[in-house]
Design a protein around this ligand. Structure first.
Ligand code: KG4
Ligand code: ZN
Length: 345
């Protein structure tokens, strides 16, 4: 009988457990998602108004193997088909990271395949390669999540220049805090966005911090405090608050700064391709504002679909694929690094 030749590309299995999503994915040749299973803990943390690290770690332990099995079943492959194991090793919650890292090390060791440590934010940026087949570096990435706000010049598949990041709160964190002020559930970003649709973005002149030219640093704690002060002073005076106007005015102030700085960064870097990454990239208004600003400057702009914007393992597998190509493997000493810097090895 003729021997059957396996007709498939390099298969990377990746694990993502940096925050409150347990996710395992299989990606073929870096860009083809075979399965991307995400088990969200959001309902569990919602009653505390945010992620409780200890609960997150315990849940990851319970979830990681069932999610792995579901991933293999959906992709129709066995562990023996896997060529490498990618895993998020930072930044993130240390206990949560350790669950994924331990599982990945055990798998890589037992299967005898390379282990690849992935930076979570590089994963978010690489989600764009899964969505946009034509995308190639160089480009500028605006990374906006619950833990980070950063502008990154991606010069090639392994050279990342951090242009600037937030000095204090991340933009997603500001959305979550404003949601809490308005009595909306966690995670607040989608809730604030929904409410903002009914409000007037010019109703309240909230401050737009660090708007001076030439600086790519962000600051969102002043904006968050301005919302809190507005809310408290209205309440003290027994004056009516229009929550939709607060949400719309806050969102507009936060997004205008992101768009203005991103466009300045495009000019300084002299590149004509922009991508969006991270959980806040799911925000429709941010996508619209950037689409408009990019079109005016003749800049190509792309962003991942909403599932690939928030935490998922497919983006980690994509990043791991390119690290595999460069032979950048980790050994079994790999550890979780809660504040892993971007672009440093
Ligand atoms: O990337 P992600 O899933 O986790 C981190 O790595 O932080 O991002 C989660 C963050 C949360 O702060 C959430 O409120 C925010 O992304 N987010 C949004 C939207 N969807 C999620 N913020 C604004 N508008 C949205 N539609
Ligand atoms: Zn993330």
């Amino acid at each position: 009988m003729e021997e059957q030749v396996k007709q498939r590309g390099k298969l990377i299995l990746a694990i993502e457990t940096s925050c409150d999503e347990t996710s395992v994915a299989l990606v073929e040749d870096g860009r083809k998602i075979r399965a991307n299973i995400i088990s969200s803990q959001v309902p569990l943390h919602r009653k505390y108004g945010g992620v409780v690290p200890e609960i997150a770690s315990r849940k990851h332990i319970e979830n990681v193997l069932p999610v792995l099995e579901e991933c293999l079943t959906e992709a129709g492959v066995t562990l023996d088909d896997i060529d490498g194991i990618g895993v998020t090793y930072g930044p993130g919650l240390v206990g949560a990271l350790l669950v994924g890292v331990s599982a990945a090390k055990a798998l890589a060791f037992s299967l005898g395949v390379p282990l690849i440590g992935v930076h979570h934010l590089e994963g978010h940026i690489f989600a764009n390669f899964l969505e946009n087949e034509q995308l190639e570096p160089p480009f500028v990435a605006l990374v906006v999540s619950g833990g980070h706000t950063a502008l990154v010049h991606v010069k090639d598949y392994s050279t990342f220049e951090l242009l600037g990041e937030t000095r204090d709160d991340a933009v997603g964190e500001a959305f979550d805090k404003v949601a809490r002020i308005l009595g909306l559930p966690y995670p607040g970003g989608p809730e604030v966005e929904r409410l903002a649709k009914e409000g007037d973005p010019d109703a309240i002149p909230f401050p737009k911090a660090l708007c001076e030219k030439g600086s790519f640093e962000f600051s969102f704690s002043g904006l968050k405090s301005a919302v809190l002060n507005y809310h408290n002073s209205k309440k003290m005076k027994n004056e009516e608050i229009n929550p939709a106007d607060v949400a719309a005015s806050f969102q507009s102030a936060a997004l205008d700064v992101l768009v203005a700085k991103t466009m300045q960064a495009m000019e300084v870097c002299g590149v004509k391709q922009l991508v969006l990454a991270g959980g806040v990239a799911a925000n429709t208004m941010l996508r619209e504002k950037l689409t408009e600003a990019a079109a005016q400057k003749g800049i190509a702009f792309s962003y991942p679909n909403k599932i690939l914007c928030t935490d998922n393992a497919a983006m980690i597998a994509c990043r791991a694929h390119y690290l595999y190509e460069e032979g950048r493997f980790a050994d079994l000493h790999l550890n979780g690094v809660p504040s892993l810097p971007l672009g440093k090895r």
